[in-house]
Structure formats: C-alpha cells, structure tokens
Design a protein around this ligand. Structure first.
Ligand code: HEC
Ligand code: HEC
Length: 225
C-alpha cells in the first residue's frame, strides 16, 4: 500500500500523507476537523498515542466500526502511527456546536460527576485524568470537549458491553461500568454543553492517575519500532 497508485490517466499518485488520509476526511472532515454527523468524531489535536491506540484497536477488532475495521485491516503499526501523528498535529477551528437540549438539573449533575466523581461509588472525577480543562493529557488520554452527547453515551455504552476495549488495565471499562444510565446521560449532556476551545492536551504527567490505564502507559514509549 506504500506503492504509488496509477491515476486515471496512468500518471502516478505520489504517496504523500494527504493521499493516505484522503479516505478519512469524508467522514472525519478536512484536517480531521469533524463533521455534522454526531457519531463521526473530530480527530484533530488529539494526542498521538491516543489516536494510534484507536487505530490499532480498530485494525485488531478491539473497537468495532465496520468501515474502519476494513479500511485499516493489515496496515502495519508504523503506518498507523504516521497517520496518528498527522492528525494530532492538525489544528483547524472547532465546528459550531449544536445547542444541547438538557434540563439545568441534568447539567448540574453532569458537572458534579465530571469535576468531583461519585465518592460513594469510588468513581474518580473525569478531570483527574482528562485534565481540569478537559483538553486531555499526552500521550494516551483524549480531550472530552467537542464530542456530541450521543457519541459520548455510545462510547461509554460500548465499553460497558465490551464492544470497545482499551489496553489492560482498561480504566474506562471500570468507569463505564460504575456509571448508571442517568449518570451517563448527565455527563454526556454536560460535556456536550461546554464551549470547545483549541486547548492542547497537557504534556505533563499528573502525580498519579486515580486508576491504572494501560493505554496511557503503553503510549509512553512513543513510535512503534
Ligand atoms: C465511513 C466513515 C469513516 C471513515 C472512512 C473513517 N472513519 Fe474513523 N471513525 C468513524 C466513526 C463513525 C468513528 C467512531 C466509531 C465508534 O463509534 O467507535 C471513527 C473513529 C475513529 C477514531 C477514534 C477517534 C476517537 O476520538 O476515539 C480514529 C482515530 C479514526 N476514526 C481515524 C480514521 C482514519 C485515520 C481514517 C482513514 C484511514 C478513518 N478514520 C476513516 C468513521 C470513519
Ligand atoms: C483513570 C483515568 C480516567 C478517568 C478517571 C476517566 N477517564 Fe475517560 N479515558 C481515559 C483513557 C486512558 C482513555 C483512552 C482509552 C483508550 O485508549 O481507548 C479515556 C477515554 C475516554 C473517552 C473516549 C473519547 C473518544 O474520543 O472516543 C470518553 C468518552 C471518556 N474517556 C469519558 C470519561 C468520563 C465521562 C469520565 C468521568 C466519568 C472519565 N472518562 C474518567 C482515562 C480516564
């Protein structure tokens, strides 16, 4: 697949990163900016390690979305890492956010869980890992702003039902299983209601994560050998 392909007139299409990611932008938007479809996430500016872990997970079937499972099948690690680096380096302006239709009480519940967790259930605050500004943390923890409520609740549901799995220990599996349905609805609505900034993922490691996350540790090594 690293071979140049013959174009319509027989000329060679150069194997640039733009050519490689041409198949992605129909769903993820130019420069990975995102599109209006609520289930097609923005890619731009997310940490390289996080994007790489997702591409490996789709290729290997640990995260399921059939068009992406097919598109990435058999691609080597180094190729996936280059695509992850490409989208991590993009910084297009965020899309306009649709208004969130949620009661003030639901948004307050969501804010409390995101910023304080649920101590009675030993559920840590989302910001303990995703950052006080929710912009994520290098190398493996994504930001949570600019995601639509339906996407967030679909991802948390996928973890709970084992359709999405991250590298062990899978901290988000623990978190998703601890949240009740109303708590999922509250955090999804609250996150979608927050203004999106172009804040970049934090580079510094926190003192310690409240739970161990395999995806954060695995990404410390950088590019695959
Ligand atoms: C047919 C539409 C489609 C195409 C083409 C496509 N994607 Fe996706 N992609 C999606 C959808 C939908 C999801 C979310 C799937 C889910 O619900 O888990 C996704 C998720 C992702 C994620 C995880 C994002 C996150 O925040 O967790 C990455 C990374 C990604 N795609 C990269 C790519 C790359 C790179 C390409 C091109 C090689 C590509 N995608 C092509 C639709 C597409
Ligand atoms: C112990 C650290 C930790 C805590 C606490 C945490 N997360 Fe996460 N979260 C992660 C990691 C690591 C990932 C990336 C997992 C992967 O590689 O797929 C992630 C990924 C996610 C994603 C996927 C984003 C995407 O673009 O697909 C969502 C949604 C999410 N977390 C929501 C939450 C919510 C809501 C809370 C609070 C209730 C929370 N997280 C608390 C570590 C954490």
């Amino acid at each position: 697949m690293a071979q140049p392909q013959a174009g319509p007139a027989g000329e060679r299409i150069p194997d640039t990163m733009e050519a490689r990611v041409a198949a992605c932008i129909g769903c993820h938007g130019a420069a990975g900016r995102g599109v209006d479809n609520v289930y097609f996430p923005r890619l731009a500016g997310k940490p390289t390690g996080y994007l790489y872990n997702q591409l490996v997970a789709f290729r290997d079937g640990r995260r399921k979305y059939v068009p992406m499972n097919y598109l990435l099948a058999y691609l080597p690690d180094s190729y996936l890492y280059k695509m992850a680096e490409h989208f991590a380096a993009q910084n297009p302006p965020p899309l306009a956010q649709p208004p969130v239709n949620a009661s003030p009480q639901l948004l307050r519940d969501g804010e409390r869980i995101v910023t304080q967790g649920v101590p009675g259930k030993r559920l840590p605050a989302c910001i303990a890992c995703h950052g006080a500004d929710l912009a994520g943390r290098e190398p493996g923890i994504p930001g949570l702003l600019g995601l639509r409520a339906d996407y967030v609740s679909a991802q948390l549901g996928a973890w709970r039902y084992g359709v999405r799995t991250a590298l062990a220990p899978d901290c988000m599996q623990v978190i998703s299983s601890t949240l009740s349905e109303p708590e999922v609805a509250a955090v999804a609505a609250y996150l979608a209601s927050r203004p999106v900034t172009n804040a970049r993922p934090a580079k510094t490691a926190p003192a310690a994560l409240p739970l161990r996350c395999g995806s954060q540790h695995a990404s410390q090594g950088g590019a695959p050998k």
